[in-house]
Ligand binder design. Structure first.
Ligand code: E4P
Length: 214
């Protein structure tokens, strides 16, 4: 399973990219709004910094507006992937963009059937939201597993992005359930490094080294 960074914050992206663990970035309208900057400027900068795919989401809800908006966003970088919600208009847009060679990430997936439809419309990525399902007492990780099983049975190549990841356990469970990618907020990604025995181990090695070299 690969890691994408779930943020529109340039400082976070610049801090974490050199660690060498991030293969792409996902944004959404809420994350862009937090930055209080023009969406095109933000996406262009993120796309120039990031070696892998960068998801930029459309705001329009009707196919007639969604398609030109998506085409405009796609011009911001060769690695820009258009994030589209799972609606009829969204799928029409996905299908039209696929015919033009523009990659899409179908978002707000909450059922296996939605993921299957998105893949059949030509999505390169599908984004099931784990945390938001858990929030309403439904099984977010179970959904990842169902989608991974269905895609494997039917030889579907769309990549599953486990989204709405809230804590380290979600990451491990998403990897075990067969997600190809987890898109993770910076705080959660960094917290994956933490283990008290690692800290204690470093402390003990340094103390022993200092004792022997006094
Ligand atoms: C990513 O594609 C999603 O937009 C994001 O993971 C949603 O996360 P949230 O449910 O924490 O807002």
């Amino acid at each position: 399973m690969k890691f994408f960074l779930d943020t529109a914050n340039i400082v976070e992206i610049k801090e974490i990219l050199p660690v060498g663990i991030v293969a792409g970035v996902t944004t959404n309208p809420s994350l862009i709004a937090k930055e209080k900057q023009d969406i095109k400027a933000v996406i262009k900068e993120i796309a120039s910094l990031t070696p892998g795919p960068v998801s930029a989401e459309v705001i329009s809800t009707k196919f007639e507006e969604m398609l030109p908006e998506a085409r405009d966003l796609a011009k911001l970088g060769d690695n820009v992937v258009i994030k589209v919600p799972i609606t009829i208009d969204g799928l029409k847009t996905v299908s039209a963009l696929a015919a033009e060679g523009i990659k899409t990430n179908v978002t707000l997936i909450f059922s296996a059937n939605q993921a299957l439809l998105a893949a059949r419309a030509g999505a390169a990525f599908v984004s099931p939201f784990v945390g938001r399902l858990d929030d309403i007492s439904q099984d977010g990780i179970g959904l990842i597993k169902d989608i991974a099983d269905i895609f494997a049975i039917h030889g579907i190549e769309a990549e599953i992005i486990a989204a709405s990841i809230r804590h380290p356990l979600h990451v491990t469970q998403a990897a075990l359930a067969g997600a190809h990618i987890a898109t993770v907020p910076a705080k959660v990604l960094v917290s994956l490094l933490n283990h008290p025995l690692t800290d204690a181990g470093i402390e003990r090695f340094l103390a022993d080294w200092q004792k022997a070299n006094m």
